[in-house]
Design a protein around this ligand. Structure first.
Ligand code: SPV
Ligand code: MG
Length: 288
C-alpha cells in the first residue's frame, strides 16, 4: 500500500494530524476529516495516568499503534520519544513500528529517559549531534522496504539552546537522512517558529506542533511555506478529560443520569463507532 502521507507531503499540500490515544479517538479524528493520526506519547501516558517521561514501555505504545492501524485507514505517525535508548534500540523499535503499518516515526534528540516538552522547568538534555545522526541512520535502515518516513525532532528550542543550535541540528539531521524535521517550541507566541522557518534552508520539509502558540492557524502556516505537517498533539485527551469532568460533575449534581442524556453520545452512536452494523451484516452472511 502506498504511503498516503508521503504522497501528501510530496504534493506540497499541508497535512493536518490529530492526536489519538486509542482507536476510538483515532476513528473520531478520521470522521472529522484529519489527514492522519498522531500516535502521541503524551496522550497515551495521560490515558494511563502517568507523566510523559519514558515510563510506559514501547510495547504498550506499539499495542496502541497496532490497534489504531487495524481500525483506521488514515496514515499514522508514531511518536517514539527518544527511541528508547541508543541507535540499536532505535533500529529494533522502528522495525516493529514499520511492520505494524506506521506511515512515519518521530524520534527526538533528548536523552533517555526523557521529560515532557511543555512542562515548565522540565529536564531537557540533548544527546550529541553525531549520536543522533546515528539514530536517524538506524531508523532509516530499519524502515527500508516499508516506505516509512523518518521524522527527526529537535528539542533545541525546548532546551533553550536558541535558533542557531536548532538550525545546526536540523541541518545535521537532514544530512543524516531524515525525511522531515520536527521543530518544537514552547514559546507562547509563534515568533520563534516563524523566525526559525524563515531561516531554515529547506533541505527537508518541517513539521510543527503549535500547542503552545495556537494563534498560528493553518492559513498562516501555509503562508509561511516550508512546513508540510501540523500536529495537534494533545487535543483528543484534553477534549475527553474536559467532557468527562463536566458530565461526571453534572451527574453528581443532579443525583442521577436523567439530565445528561442530550449532552453525551447516544448508545447507538457508540454502536456505530464500534462498527456494529458491519458485524450485523456479517452475521447475516456467515452465521448458519
Ligand atoms: C506528544 O504528543 O507526545 C508530543 C508532543 O510529543 S509534546 O507533548 O508537545 O511534546
Ligand atoms: Mg511525545
Amino acid at each position: 500500500m502506498a504511503n498516503a502521507l508521503r504522497e501528501k507531503v510530496a504534493s506540497g499540500r499541508l497535512a493536518v494530524l490529530m492526536a489519538a490515544h486509542n482507536p476510538l479517538s483515532a476513528r473520531l479524528a478520521e470522521e472529522a476529516g484529519f489527514d492522519g493520526i498522531w500516535a502521541s506519547g503524551f496522550e497515551l501516558s495521560a490515558a494511563y495516568g502517568v507523566p510523559d517521561a519514558s515510563l510506559l514501555s514501547f510495547t504498550t505504545h506499539l499495542d496502541m499503534t497496532r490497534a489504531i492501524v487495524e481500525q483506521v485507514g488514515l496514515p499514522l505517525v508514531a511518536d517514539l520519544d527518544t527511541g528508547y535508548g541508543n541507535a540499536i534500540n532505535v533500529g529494533h523499535v522502528v522495525g516493529a513500528y514499520a511492520r505494524a503499518g506506521s506511515a512515519a516515526v518521530v524520534i527526538e534528540d533528548k536523552t533517555f529517559p526523557k521529560d515532557t516538552s511543555l512542562l515548565a522547568g522540565a529536564r531537557q538534555e540533548l544527546v550529541r549531534v553525531e549520536e543522533f545522526q546515528g539514530k536517524i541512520a538506524a531508523a532509516r535502515a530499519a524502515g527500508a522496504g516499508h516506505d516509512l518516513l523518518v521524522i527527526a525532532r529537535t528539542e533545541a528550542l525546548i532546551a533553550d539552546l536558541g535558533i542557531e543550535e536548532a538550525l545546526r541540528r536540523g541541518a545535521a539531521y537532514a544530512e543524516a537522512g531524515a525525511d522531515l524535521l520536527l521543530i518544537h517550541s514552547k514559546q507562547k507566541t509563534p515568533d520563534e517558529i516563524v523566525a526559525f522557518t524563515g531561516r531554515w534552508g529547506a533541505q527537508i520539509p518541517l513539521v510543527i506542533v503549535p500547542t503552545a502558540y495556537p494563534q498560528l492557524t493553518e492559513a498562516k502556516v501555509k503562508a509561511l511555506g516550508k512546513i508540510s505537517i501540523v500536529i495537534y498533539a494533545n487535543h483528543a485527551v484534553r477534549a475527553a478529560a474536559q467532557a468527562m469532568r463536566e458530565v461526571f460533575a453534572a451527574i453528581r449534581q443532579d443525583g442521577g443520569i436523567h439530565q445528561v442524556e442530550s449532552r453525551i453520545a447516544s448508545v447507538e452512536d457508540i454502536f456505530d463507532l464500534q462498527r456494529v452494523p458491519a458485524m450485523k451484516a456479517a452475521e447475516k452472511k456467515f452465521l448458519r
